[in-house]
Design a protein around this ligand. Structure first.
Ligand code: MN
Length: 253
């Protein structure tokens, strides 16, 4: 970390905003350490190039589970770029009704991703687990031990016992504002160990103040987390920046 950031947006999609560059500038100006996902490895070269000289914005190499049904073959391109990527995402499983048909293929791709990350070591993954928390955790447990890579569960919506299992497996959680609109999400945020908590916008797929959320809106997410946890905004803010420092530390193994 060159200069300590003010905030952290560990999961968003800056290249899906109408103006990619101005979304990057928003994060830079607000000093929000931002992990921008790619949904297909074809987007990697451009994302890498755009984030090469930024202080706070980093790109992640992904193959989105919702695109696997038509893009599974791009996994060979993902393999090709993996050596130059420290961050991996968006990856994972979506077992919701729209994507259920590609579940077997998604599983195959996700296992491949986990095994590739384990082989290279020291990767940080942002993982999607819609209606598939148990399956995702089973696969992480089998294929990516905490000494080989770190997993951040993005927009986690599993049960309390699944959350506990994820904690036991060494996973982190990135929390967005929309997760805290329901009681289940608030309960998760209230009970997670603070050293596993990160913030995310998942922009441009979330809204704040009736417009598309962007990384500088993380300040409101931190405020909401502080309210839910009955903590102060300053404490949550500094805990998350501390967690980022721990997350980015390379593992020697
Ligand atoms: Mn996403």
């Amino acid at each position: 970390m060159p200069m300590p950031p003010n905030y952290v947006d560990l999961h968003c999609h800056l290249d899906l905003y109408p103006d990619f560059m101005s979304a990057v500038q928003d994060a830079e100006r607000a000093a929000v350490y931002t992990l921008t996902m790619t949904t297909t490895p074809k987007a990697w070269p451009r994302n890498r190039e755009v984030t090469e000289a930024t202080h706070y914005v980093r790109a992640a190499l992904g193959l989105h589970p919702q695109l696997v049904h038509e893009r599974a073959h791009e996994i060979s391109l993902w393999d090709q770029y993996l050596p130059e990527a420290r961050y991996v995402g968006e990856v994972g499983i979506d077992a919701g009704p729209r994507y259920y048909r590609s579940l077997d293929l998604q599983k195959e791709v996700f296992v491949h991703v986990l095994q590739g990350c384990a082989r290279h070591g020291d990767k940080i993954l942002s993982v999607h687990s819609v209606r598939s928390a148990k399956l995702v955790l089973d696969l992480i447990e089998l294929h990516l031990s905490p000494s080989k890579g770190k997993v951040v569960l993005h927009w986690f919506s599993g049960s309390a016992s699944e959350a506990q299992r994820a904690i036991d497996l060494g996973c982190y959680f990135s929390i967005n504002s929309e997760m805290m609109l329901n009681e289940r999400g608030r309960r998760l945020v209230a009970t997670l160990p603070i050293d596993r908590v990160f913030t995310e916008t998942d922009g441009p797929f979330t809204r704040v103040n009736e417009r598309t959320a962007c990384p500088s809106d993380i300040v409101q997410t931190v405020e909401t987390i502080a309210g839910v946890r009955k903590s102060s905004m300053e404490n949550v803010k500094s805990d998350i920046v501390h967690n980022l420092r721990m997350l980015l530390e390379p593992r020697i193994s």
